[in-house]
Design a protein around this ligand. Structure first.
Ligand SMILES: Nc1nc2c(ncn2[C@@H]2O[C@H](COP(=O)(O)OP(=O)(O)OP(=O)(O)O)[C@@H](O)[C@H]2O)c(=O)[nH]1
Length: 380
């Protein structure tokens, strides 16, 4: 069975690393030790034993010096370097997957370095396309008791859901300091949240009596958030005491079911659609190439594969030309004797020509894809 991958994401100081440590020991106590990854290159000490640690292969300080980068640039560059090896990492996890129930991943506190970078997307995608993958969004509960801070944090979580398109669990951490009931209530009862906002000093300071532009904006956004909350599982935990970790694991199981039922199907659909589009594109290119080569005997040339395309896309496929018109139009490209050669070619010979023409097209298509990827990375 494929292990459930939990990506721990959260603002700096929300307690991701401590949460990872507690989750690791909790799973060890249940005799189901997880596979542990640390993807934070800048962390000085990790209080758990990771199976794979980005710091073993990439020295963050050296990256800073060598590329003359600031702290965040160095995190992104370290992740870029790591992303080039992600297939090897996935292979390592896959090799152990038979005996694994969970794979847990710690990420850098600078969320944007991970979520909004090309390498973060590559790493997330590599996991999500191999294992059922869930985001655990860690929230520092005591620091989110103000409705505006709370809502900003939830908007950030929403943008992560939008970017990763993966099932998400909101984990209210540090419940030993502040119980998470207030937050759960805000997420389930819109009126209670509105009341909290109206009596919020923070909001009143800016708008006089909580009724200006800010208040109405916050109101509209909280309506949008209601929709977002309905897709989430919410748990309160204390990474210090270990409270709430059984609930968290139940939420992971729940989200894995959701992943298999909805998210995986959606992912597979997108990947299939992309593959089919690329296939059609290649067939189209091949079709016009065959036309340019002036190959008449479609069957001998092995182009019966085009029949689907021809029926779907009339006029764009390989069209049987009128005999006279064909010769008159193409005579400057292919002299008469060449035509004779084509017509009399054996099936094998034509197949070889077809093959080489196809490879040529494929090469062009690949280099275009590579160019597009480079363009995307440069833009993002
Ligand atoms: N009271 C309490 N403190 C916690 C809990 N979890 C973490 N902390 C404290 O919160 C602070 C930040 O914890 P970290 O685990 O380093 O947070 P992080 O999100 O990994 O931080 P970055 O690596 O900077 O992103 C530390 O002082 C922890 O001791 C908790 O459940 N309860």
């Amino acid at each position: 069975m494929a292990p459930a991958t939990v990506l721990c994401i959260g603002m700096a100081g929300s307690g991701k690393t401590t949460f990872m440590q507690r989750l690791n020991s909790h799973l060890h106590a249940q005799k189901t030790p997880p596979y542990v990854l640390n993807l934070d290159p800048a962390v000085l000490k990790v209080p758990f034993q990771p199976n794979i640690d980005i710091r073993d292969s990439i020295k963050y300080k050296k990256v800073m010096e060598e590329y003359n980068l600031g702290p965040n640039g160095a995190i992104v560059t370290s992740l870029n370097l790591f992303a080039t090896k992600i297939d090897q990492v996935i292979n390592l996890v896959e090799k152990r997957s038979e005996n694994l129930k969970h794979c847990i991943v710690d990420t850098p506190g600078q969320i944007e370095c991970f979520i909004w970078s090309a390498s973060g997307a590559i790493i997330t995608e590599a996991f999500a396309s191999t294992f059922p993958t869930v985001i655990a969004y860690i929230v520092d509960t005591p620091r989110n008791t103000s409705p505006t801070t709370f809502m900003s944090n939830m908007l950030y979580a929403c943008s992560i859901l939008y970017k990763t398109k993966l099932p998400m669990i909101i984990v209210f951490n540090k419940t030993d300091v502040k119980d998470a009931e207030f937050a759960k209530e805000w997420m389930t009862d819109f009126e209670i949240f509105q009341q909290a906002m109206q009596s919020s000093d923070e909001l009143n300071e800016e708008t006089g009596n909580g009724s200006g532009y800010m208040a109405s904006l916050v109101n509209s956004m909280s309506l949008m958030l209601e929709e977002f909350y309905s897709t989430l599982d919410v748990v309160g935990v204390s990474s210090f005491t270990g409270a709430g970790f059984d609930d968290f694991l139940k939420a992971v199981d729940n989200k894995v079911d959701e992943y298999n039922e909805f998210y995986k199907a959606e992912r597979d659909r997108i990947i299939k659609a992309k593959e089919e589009h690329a296939k059609k594109q290649k067939q189209k290119e091949l079709s016009s190439l065959m036309k340019d080569l002036g190959i008449k005997d479609k069957k001998a040339a092995g182009v019966e594969v085009l029949s689907d395309l021809e029926s779907e896309d009339e006029g764009e496929g390989l069209v049987e030309p009128d005999e006279n018109e064909f010769k008159a139009e193409r005579s400057y490209t292919f002299p008469e004797d060449r035509y004779a050669e084509i017509d009399e070619n054996t099936e094998d010979d034509l197949q070889a020509r077809y093959q080489s023409a196809f490879e040529q097209t494929a090469k062009t298509a690949d280099s275009k894809t590579a160019e597009d990827i480079a363009k995307y990375i440069r833009q993002s």
